[in-house]
Design a protein around this ligand. Structure first.
Ligand SMILES: Nc1ncnc2c1ncn2[C@@H]1O[C@H](COP(=O)(O)OP(=O)(O)OP(=O)(O)O)[C@@H](O)[C@H]1O
Ligand SMILES: [Mg+2]
Length: 302
């Protein structure tokens, strides 16, 4: 197949591995910087150019769109979709997954376990908002936080209120969750490709922390997810419409709970910890989906 990888940087580990895997499988592959794709939108057809030349005829595109380019990147991806390229993660699915409140609502609506979560806008409502959650400890998370940096644990109600007050003063968006103590500082990253968990790793927080992020000093090791964990991870990806996803779970007394579904999960940590060639799994899945599509139009509609 003729494959495009949408990525800002060819040197990134995940991008390099996908290129290697595609070449290894005999596909033609090109990395395109989404910010250098520009497009014509008209009712008589869709066109895209890249550095002065027309882009057309891609059977599939694998998006590696970072959070900072979500809006423009998803418009570029949508243009590919309108030009009949297959993407394991559609532009709509990526936007769905990037919106934390929306994805929590969609997952919960399908009965997928999550830590109980509250959010609100007005400072006058904070006390009642916290009463909807139950007694502390609470986990307060910045919506824009990543790699554990915006995640705080409060042991007392006065601390929860104080942190929330401070965040509102900074105009930061956040949500508040019950603290799942049984997770014991560990979470489980399940890498979903299609309807399978192809690799999983357990991340353990360093002593004295409850956050298992590797950037916070956590350690990772490859594990086999249980049948129940695999099922929850695959369903979570499917509810959001993602063919490729990194689903983070924590183990609780009431079963696996979803923390996050990542639409552009990195390959480095998971390949290293699990020893699985995740890049090849993704490329083979995409090629299989392209083969199943009966007739594909290979040129842009005019
Ligand atoms: N409700 C919770 N109860 C117990 N531990 C939690 C809870 N929420 C998060 N944690 C721990 O804190 C870590 C960081 O939280 P989380 O993954 O939600 O934020 P992040 O990694 O900063 O952002 P994101 O994963 O959305 O990019 C988790 O990996 C987990 O170990
Ligand atoms: Mg996380």
């Amino acid at each position: 197949m003729k494959l495009a990888i949408l990525s800002r940087n060819t040197k990134l580990y995940s991008t390099r591995r996908l290129v290697e895997a595609a070449r290894h499988r005999g596909h033609s592959v090109r990395v395109l910087d989404p910010l250098r794709c520009y497009m014509r939108i008209a009712s008589d057809g869709f066109q895209m150019h890249y550095k002065g030349r027309e882009i057309a005829g891609y059977h599939a595109v694998i998006p590696r769109i970072g959070a900072s380019v979500t809006r423009y990147g998803s418009a570029v991806l949508r243009q590919f979709e309108l030009m009949d390229s297959y993407s394991p993660n559609t532009s709509d699915a990526i936007l769905r997954a990037r919106d934390k409140l929306r994805s929590h609502q969609l997952l919960a609506a399908q009965g997928i376990g999550l830590p109980a979560t509250v959010f609100g806008d007005n400072p006058d409502d904070t006390a009642d908002l916290l009463s909807m959650l139950g007694p502390p400890p609470h986990v307060i998370k910045l919506n824009e936080g990543t790699q554990g940096a915006g995640v705080m644990l409060t042991e007392k109600l006065s601390a929860s209120k104080g942190v929330i007050e401070a965040l509102r003063g900074l105009y930061a968006n956040f949500l508040v969750q019950e603290f799942v103590a049984e997770a014991k500082g560990a979470d489980l990253r399940c890498f979903v490709v299609g309807d399978r968990v192809v690799a999983a790793m357990k991340r353990q927080a360093p002593k004295g922390d409850f956050r298992s992020n590797l950037h916070r000093g956590g350690t990772a090791k490859g594990v086999r997810a249980s049948a129940a964990e695999q099922e929850v991870a695959v369903r979570a990806a499917q509810v959001l419409g993602l063919g490729v996803a990194g689903v983070d779970l924590i183990r609780s007394a009431r079963g696996p709970l979803v923390l996050e579904v990542n639409a552009s999960p990195g390959l480095e940590g998971i390949e290293e910890a699990s020893g699985v060639d995740v890049a090849v799994e993704i490329v083979d899945f995409v090629a299989g989906q392209v083969r199943e599509k009966p007739v594909r139009r290979l040129v842009a509609r005019r």
